[in-house]
Design a protein around this ligand. Sequence first.
Ligand SMILES: [Mn+2]
Length: 384
Amino acid sequence: MSNLRIEKAQQYLRDHGIDLWLIVTAEGKDIHSPFLLGARCFGRHAIIIPKDGSSVAICTLMEAPMARKAKQIEEILSYKKSEEFIEKLREIVYKISKKPVIALNYVENLYKEGGEAINTLTHGDYLALRKIFPDATFVSAQGLLENLRTIKTPEDVKLHEKAVEIALGAMEKAVESIKPGITEAEVAAEAEHFMRKRGATPSFPIIVASGPNSADPHHETGERKIQEGDLVIIDLGAEYKLRVSDITWTVYVGENPPELFQRMFNAALEAQRKAINAIGPGVEAWKIDKVARDIILKHGFKEEEFPHSTGHPIGIDVHDIGPLLGERGKSKRAEMKLLPGMIVTVEPGIYIQGKGGVRIEDDVLVTEKGHRVLSRTPDKLICI
Ligand SMILES: [Mn+2]
């Protein structure tokens, strides 16, 4: 059984003098479990990745067959009683090393440096592990997780492409459904229905922001009826086999958009396309943001009318770890370099309170030579 993710993790463990990587979790609290297992187990279970040799998981009797069928972890053991879980865990770990150095899913400097998405070990699990392995040294799996999550394997990229394809289909359904009198919630339901039929779910609550609501980038979809003369922002993503997409289109309801709306759209589009063109390996993330921000300001829009970052990495979380396409100095993550295999969103927007907003968002893969746009936003303002 060959699993590129596990091979990468094992290489990292060997390079850093760590004996094993251990995940112990229950009730879906650690997203890295389905990422490695290929199945969602809710009972308490452990995944053990040793620096050499076979990967092992210990699952409940009920969930072990499901984990075996996923064929990601080489050996799946099962247990009935919690004592049995502890015994098996001790046996496997001490077979790897008598004084094990164990990587766990927490970050060292959370408040200063962030890393929420990978800080998934609970304090209770940590205390339990301290008791089970009194002579172990625990270290953070942060570097390992950053490596595994930010740089996508070819298989990851395929799953992201599928998540994008489903999101684009859902977007087309949503746009087709727009007419004066339909509510934001009804438009969102059309998109979600499309995703569900294709084995996907929304990767976050679908945003349909109409009229003045479109001036709030994170508007909560409600029961407002869409009217002629509205700008409508639709921001949605599909989660397919744990990989997410995140795209945004903006449309106008009516035949002739006012000059202001057309200017907003043209500026956002130019900012978005030029920011995408600046993406390539080795480029610091803030530089992409600067390209977009400078264009929006050049068009005469104010700083506060583009109040968010240009983009963020996506992966198994919508706002994943890695380089943030934001203003320099805003976060340490803005100084990080884009590397081949990363996927980021590019989503500049312009928002004018009381009038409306425009946002255009694509998902972009960084490649060895430059980039590849995985989604495709329209290059003109769609008028319905
Ligand atoms: Mn986004």
